[in-house]
Design a protein around this ligand. Structure first.
Ligand code: NAP
Length: 271
């Protein structure tokens, strides 16, 4: 895949899918701007990428903070000299906020915080990245959706609403930015082994809920790896996907292709 030399910004990149994407993109020759609220983790990732011979910089950014988003795009201009790829990866699930997560117990603040990071953040990043992306010959925006962009889950009213919204933000931006030759796509993972999922399991009434054959719906009978999602993001950023635009792309091991659990197929899975 040809992403060598692309100026590649990843939000929420200190850990998980963002870190895997920044690492993979840099290994393929992209020049990466790592951004996160976790400065220690983000800077450590930059050090790792540089030690491996890659080009990477770090900039703090809470994507729900408009001034910090503006500063992030200034940092892209200053450190990368522009921007080709905006990877809107940062996201949270309400379970990590330690507040009520049912409709009865959730505060308006919790709902708005999740929407602010997962949906308003990508909108603001796209808005302030636009002047830089307009100058690129290979511009694209890649948004983090979820299987929650398609289907509802228990106790995910804020997360699911934000991920449903990101699917339509993707399509609407693809339309509005087409005259500028900026492609806009979205990837929708199933359950991927990251800290977000660890937190979700820890907060769950049943620690096995996501990882037992009785509940797992991935037809590839295991959790996904961050590297597998990173490969899709790099493909969506590359010239090889030049005719892919406005898609909301499932990468879920087949989870939403059917209605059932792998137990019904007699599969044990590799958990
Ligand atoms: P993760 O491991 O929790 O990593 C997310 C990163 O974003 C963390 O470094 C986190 O920092 C950072 N972050 C949190 N709030 C932020 C903010 N306001 N501004 C900037 N960065 C912020 O998450 P992940 O599992 O890799 O998920 C990445 C994306 O994929 C998310 O949008 C998620 O919804 C989506 N996704 C993940 C899965 C999955 O199974 N993992 C499935 C579907 C979709 P702190 O750790 O300091 O909070």
């Amino acid at each position: 895949m040809s992403i060598a030399g692309l100026k590649f910004l990843v939000t929420g990149a200190a850990t998980g899918i963002g870190a895997a994407t920044a690492t993979l993109a840099a290994s393929k020759g992209a020049h990466v701007l790592v951004s996160d609220v976790n400065d220690e983790g983000g800077q450590a990732l930059v050090d790792e990428i540089r030690e491996a011979g890659g080009v990477a910089h770090y900039q703090h950014c809470d994507v729900s903070n408009e001034e910090q988003v503006q500063a992030l795009m200034q940092a892209a201009a200053d450190t990368l000299g522009g921007l080709d790829v905006l990877h809107n990866n940062a996201g949270i699930h309400e379970t990590i906020l330690g507040e009520g997560i049912t409709l009865e117990t959730m505060s308006r603040e919790t709902f708005e915080k999740v929407m602010g990071i997962n949906l308003v953040g990508p909108f603001m990043c796209a808005k302030y990245a636009l002047p830089l992306l307009k100058q690129s010959d290979n511009a694209s925006i890649i948004n983090a959706g979820s299987t929650g962009s398609f289907s509802a889950y228990e106790h995910s009213v804020a997360y699911g609403s934000s991920k449903g919204g990101i699917a339509m933000l993707t399509k609407n931006l693809a339309v509005d930015l087409a005259p500028h030759r900026i492609r806009v796509n979205c990837y929708c993972p199933g359950t991927i082994k990251t800290q977000m999922v660890e937190n979700f399991i820890a907060a769950s009434h049943d620690a096995e809920i996501l990882v037992s054959p009785k509940t797992l719906t991935h037809l590839v009978p295991r959790l996904g790896e961050t590297r597998e999602v990173a490969e899709l993001v790099c493909f969506l950023a590359s010239e090889q996907s030049s005719f892919v635009n406005g898609v909301v792309w499932l990468i879920d091991g087949g989870s939403l292709a059917w209605r059932g659990t792998i137990d019904a197929l007699g599969m044990k899975g590799e958990m």
